[in-house]
Write a protein that binds this ligand. Structure first.
Ligand code: ATP
Ligand code: MG
Length: 168
């Protein structure tokens, strides 16, 4: 059975709730806000993965850099072609980019084709967003990730759910 998987960093609960509060204050009427429990920063999207590829990735996750990643989420961005509003950073976020590179390399060794797009660390705030206004309040969240999660993404009638498959 194949699963749709991705590797990601997740904000702690209080940061996720603070982001949610700030998002509501700034954009009370988003058409498709990311559910608060789904807020995450994707390191590497793996797509459809077989069970043996998943086992390879899970085993290899232990070799990923385990230093705590921390930086400020202090920037709002918008990708018009994808209609995505996101929370990003103006900081170099080098540790995050290095980790994303390690994740892409692990995926490649598992035989998974990954996107060659330049990595932009971000948390998607909303989809189907058309020309959003700039924020009334500039964001300033300290993002600290205690570990790296492998999630499966499941789409059903209730929407998208992420289920943690592994954590390091
Ligand atoms: P939906 O697609 O229904 O809006 P979603 O985007 O939250 O929901 P997925 O499409 O499964 O769920 O994506 C999981 C994560 O992987 C998200 O962070 C998404 O932005 C990212 N992602 C999905 N597809 C790609 C892709 N082709 N390239 C890079 N990242 C992707
Ligand atoms: Mg998607």
């Amino acid at each position: 059975m194949v699963k749709r998987l991705f590797l990601a960093l997740t904000p702690d609960t209080s940061t996720a709730l603070a982001i949610e509060h700030w998002r509501k204050q700034n954009w009370p009427q988003l058409s498709r806000p990311t559910p608060t429990q789904n807020l995450h920063l994707t390191l590497c999207f793996l797509g459809d993965v077989t069970e043996s590829q998943q086992r390879f990735v899970t085993a290899g996750m232990h070799d990923l850099s385990s230093e705590k990643i921390t930086f400020n989420l202090n920037d709002v961005g918008y990708w018009p072609t994808q209609e995505i509003l996101y929370l990003g950073t103006t900081e170099a976020a080098g540790a995050c980019s290095n980790l994303a590179r390690e994740c892409a390399s692990l995926a490649a060794r598992a035989g998974i084709k990954v996107s060659q797009r330049t990595f932009v660390p971000h948390i998607t705030l909303a989809r189907r967003c058309v020309n959003p206004a700039g924020p009334l309040l500039e964001p300033d969240f300290r993002f600290t990730a205690d570990g790296i999660s492998l999630y499966s993404s499941i789409l059903d009638k209730a929407g998208v759910r992420y289920v943690e498959q592994a954590w390091v």
